[in-house]
Write a new protein. Structure first.
Length: 134
């Protein structure tokens, strides 16, 4: 793993959260997009070399909706940048980590992503992110 790529924060209202984080960080989000397959709208803020991703559910059955209903708004996941997501999945599986998806899928911000089950990481949902090379 190369670095913390971003911290994902689940929110009820993306517009209100964008306003708050714009004031907090002193910059506007550089990107907003919807990931239909995950039922989520996202926005990204640069914060030094890392990023903050705000996530709002677009439907009641999305993972973000379930998270907010159960735990309220707050930190949802910690994402790490990796060079080779498939190799990292194999390495982590061999170390006993349980993955939520063993095959990478397209995520927000032009990334391939895979998630480790929180029970494998002391209650933290860990996301692996690899840039999609065009």
């Amino acid at each position: 793993m190369n670095k913390i790529e971003h911290i994902g924060i689940a929110v009820n209202n993306l517009s209100e959260a964008n306003d708050l984080y714009e004031k907090l960080l002193g910059v506007a989000p550089y990107k907003t997009e919807e990931v239909e397959s995950e039922g989520v709208k996202t926005s990204f803020f640069k914060c030094g070399e890392s990023k903050i991703e705000l996530l709002e559910a677009t439907n009641e059955s999305s993972p973000i909706a379930k998270f907010v209903e159960k735990r309220g708004e707050g930190i949802h996941h910690l994402a790490f940048a990796v060079e080779d997501i498939e190799a990292e999945i194999k390495r982590l599986t061999s170390q006993g980590f349980v993955l939520l998806n063993e095959t990478p899928k397209k995520g927000a911000d032009n990334k391939l992503v895979a998630f480790l089950h929180p029970k494998s990481a002391h209650g933290v949902l860990v996301e692996l992110c690899q840039d999609i090379k065009i």
